[in-house]
Design a protein around this ligand. Structure first.
Ligand code: GDP
Length: 192
């Protein structure tokens, strides 16, 4: 099991801000039941139910990635209500996106592609960081989407790809560190 808190060399819990003072908004997208809330709660360090209720559905935290602190706010609001307004707002407000499907649910995988297309439409001229996430990799026997299919989809949609297991805390840390690296890559290339 990976743990963020004990790995003090690499991740720090604090309410500080990035070296450039920015707070990056990361939006979780995906079908119901794929594991968005589970991933967000691991990030926020609030898996405990009572704590989680208090946290609501945004989670902010600073993590150290490659020796530099970054502050992220993760929004788990995609399914909050069915309003078109909220969903449009989600598509516009993010600095980065995590599109989640479940490897045990082909329909959620197809939905992930739709979300990627919707996002591209909403942010046509921007090169926003997106990571496609195949969650529930621990459920080996009910797998419906292979790693290769996930990877191929990410190539087509020009985004990064990772498989995670929120249940086992596998690759969750890598996912959020990956988002920070993607944000930095684009920021650096803009500054050049
Ligand atoms: P959301 O609707 O996308 O926010 O999904 P949730 O985070 O609420 O998860 C839906 C269900 O899937 C819950 O019962 C979780 O415990 C379960 N779940 C989430 N991630 C995993 C995972 O990686 N492995 C397994 N086995 N179950 C998971």
């Amino acid at each position: 099991r990976e743990s963020w808190a004990s790995d003090s060399s690499d991740s720090v819990i604090s309410s500080g801000s990035d070296s450039d003072g920015r707070l990056y908004k990361v939006i979780l997208l995906g079908e119901h039941g794929v594991g968005k809330t589970s991933l967000a709660r691991i990030f926020g360090g609030v898996e405990d139910c009572a704590e989680a209720e208090e946290a609501g559905n945004t989670y902010d935290r600073s993590i150290v990635v490659d020796g530099e602190e970054a502050s992220l706010v993760v929004f788990d609001i995609w399914e909050q209500d069915d309003s078109q307004w909220l969903q449009n707002h989600c598509m516009k407000m993010g600095d980065a996106y995590i599109i989640v499907y479940s490897v045990t649910d082909k329909v959620s995988f197809e939905k992930a592609s739709e979300l990627r297309i919707q996002l591209r439409r909403a942010r046509q001229t921007e090169d926003i960081p997106i990571i496609l996430v195949g969650n529930k990799s621990d459920l080996v026997r009910s797998r419906e989407v292979s790693v290769d299919e996930g990877r191929a989809c990410a190539v087509v949609f020009d985004c990064k790809f990772i498989e995670t297991s929120a249940a086992l805390h596998h690759n969750v840390k890598d996912l959020f560190e990956g988002i920070v690296r993607q944000i930095r890559l684009r920021k650096d290339s803009k500054e050049d």
